[in-house]
Design a protein around this ligand. Structure first.
Ligand SMILES: [Ca+2]
Ligand SMILES: [Ca+2]
Length: 110
């Protein structure tokens, strides 16, 4: 049952990310940051749904991030890239939350 729920959640999130990720940054909210800051997985200097999509793909095993990108994507700092990290990036990019986690962690990763 949990596998079915996780699969449905993954498909739902991928659909949302595909729709939002396909939009230009000007067509949807994006937060400007220094390139490769926390959550900026594609290094374009903006936090967008495209970044959330990359984190989600890693969490589902469909994409493999390198060590640097794993640190950038691990929003809650638990050492794993999970749906929660992708969701935090998406919510931050759309202005639903003012920082990506409760500690306000949003710093540039070297
Ligand atoms: Ca980005
Ligand atoms: Ca995490």
């Amino acid at each position: 049952m949990m596998k079915i729920k996780k699969f449905v959640l993954t498909i739902s999130l991928l659909s949302v990310f595909t729709v939002f990720g396909g939009m230009s940054a000007g067509a949807f909210n994006a937060v400007k940051v220094a390139p490769y800051s926390m959550g900026d997985l594609d290094g374009d200097g903006m936090i967008t749904a495209a970044d959330a999509r990359i984190a989600l793909l890693h969490s589902t095993g469909r994409h493999t991030l390198n060590e640097k990108h794993i640190r950038i994507a691990d929003i809650d700092g638990n050492g794993k890239i999970e749906h929660a990290d992708a969701r935090a990036i998406l919510r931050y990019s759309s202005g639903l939350i003012s920082s990506m986690n409760s500690s306000g962690r949003n710093t540039e990763i070297k």
